[in-house]
Design a protein around this ligand. Structure first.
Ligand SMILES: [Zn+2]
Length: 200
């Protein structure tokens, strides 16, 4: 049963989302519906994880997660599960972050680069597939590759973020969405609604 407060937050978020859509063949921005500038500094929570994971070479290490966000215990997992479940502990123990983007357009272009080079990063792609199929972005489903995040918010407890590309087997387009005051999982649902409504 969804609470009235959650419902109102979801309705407000739908009205006030920021949305950026990119053509993955050309990097052309197809839709820029953004409050402020796509060059401004942002903090979209866990969206950095797949970008950092591009630095992984060879087989993924396994780390034990004994306690994570929202009381989850992910157990002994590799990078695929770590991206799929957005495991903070795996990334903390791996310890590599490297340079990650700091703007909306920076995130979109970094993911575009990852998707173009997907043959070099099969585990990262598998993690994005898992996130969309049954992880934090499961509102999107198996036709997408995706990652969610929760970032700080000026007005709310947090803002929900999601970046998604489709179709999963040969991505043609990518979209980044920020939804104020909701979770990353709810942001994924809003992205799917927008993509389906506009029938790209
Ligand atoms: Zn974990």
């Amino acid at each position: 049963m969804i609470s009235r407060r959650a419902l109102l937050a979801a309705v407000t978020a739908r009205e006030r989302c920021d949305f950026l859509r990119l053509d993955l063949q050309t990097n052309e921005v197809l839709t820029e519906d953004w409050h402020g500038s796509v060059d401004e500094s942002i903090d979209p929570g866990s969206l950095w994880k797949p970008i950092a994971a591009m630095q992984l070479r060879g087989a993924s290490p396994f780390f034990e997660c004994r306690g994570c966000w929202a009381g989850r215990r992910h157990g002994r997992i590799d990078v695929v599960d770590a991206i799929g479940y957005s495991c903070n502990e795996w990334f903390r123990q791996w310890g590599v972050r490297g340079e990650v983007p700091n703007s909306a357009i920076g995130y979109a272009l970094s993911f575009a680069e990852l998707l173009r080079r997907r043959a070099e990063h099969p585990a990262v792609i598998a993690g994005l597939r898992m996130a969309a199929a049954l992880g934090t972005a499961s509102a999107l489903g198996g036709r997408y590759l995706a990652k969610t995040g929760t970032g700080p918010s000026k007005k709310h407890a947090g803002d929900g973020w999601v970046i998604a590309a489709w179709p999963a087997d040969s991505p043609q387009q990518l979209a980044l969405l920020r939804a104020p005051g909701v979770t990353g999982a709810q942001a994924a649902k809003l992205l799917r609604e927008r993509v389906e409504r506009e029938r790209w």
